[in-house]
Design a binder for this molecule. Sequence first.
Ligand code: NDP
Length: 240
Amino acid sequence: MARVALVTGGQRGIGAAISEGLKAAGRTVVASYAGNDAAAAAFTERTGIPCYKFDVSDFTSCAEAVEKIEAEVGPVDILVNNAGITRDGTMKRMTREMWDSVIDTNLGSCYNMAKLVWDGMSARKFGRIVNIGSINGQAGQYGQVNYAAAKSGIHGFTKALAQEGARLSITVNAIAPGYVDTEMVRAVPADVLEKIIARIPRGRLGTAEDIARGVVFLTGDDADFITGSTLSINGGQHMY
Ligand code: NDP
């Protein structure tokens, strides 16, 4: 039977490419989202991948959703913690609410979701967890103490959980994307974008598919010996 993959924030942006990549690799895929019903409906119509609406920052909401997904689709073998938000601002302007929302959505969600699928993966002696970090969690970024802390936390979370999962045949890895050509990046003024691209050794932005291929690789049955790793997919930018 096809392995079941759950991709949080899996109906648009990078998550949509991950969901589609996993489906093309033969997985039974389920995507989650926060509230963008139109994007979810269009995605399901186009791909046939079902979408479940719940807040990944809220443990109770995650618990109800995981129970429903496992009853309707099957036990989750592959978890991709992709959902994320930004609430940028320098320290002078950063409120406690901006801090909490980014930490809870980007990092708290990894605990919530991994906690809820962990016992099942342990019992079945198979699991693949991939957490989407960021180059800004590796290098920091002006105006993003909340986001950089959350993403940096993801990298520590990944290495610690990988140690617990190793003997259970559960691998836990992270991907740290660089600048990816999504709606958010497309909104950046052309001159600023030019400067960003000039700092990327490969000379272009990443695509959502570049990230998705990494997820497909790390969640494959053959990737059994890779755990606790962070795969930097950023056109070489992490070296500068
Ligand atoms: P998008 O903003 O395009 O999509 C974010 C997704 O997360 C949406 O599906 C959204 O659902 C979902 N989401 C947000 N908050 C919640 C929540 N509380 N509960 C459930 N789902 C939620 O993001 P990207 O595709 O650009 O980014 C995907 C991941 O990659 C993020 O973790 C991001 O930090 C990371 N990343 C992105 C980079 C980039 O250049 N774009 C670079 C490095 C890392 P809905 O549509 O309903 O709002």
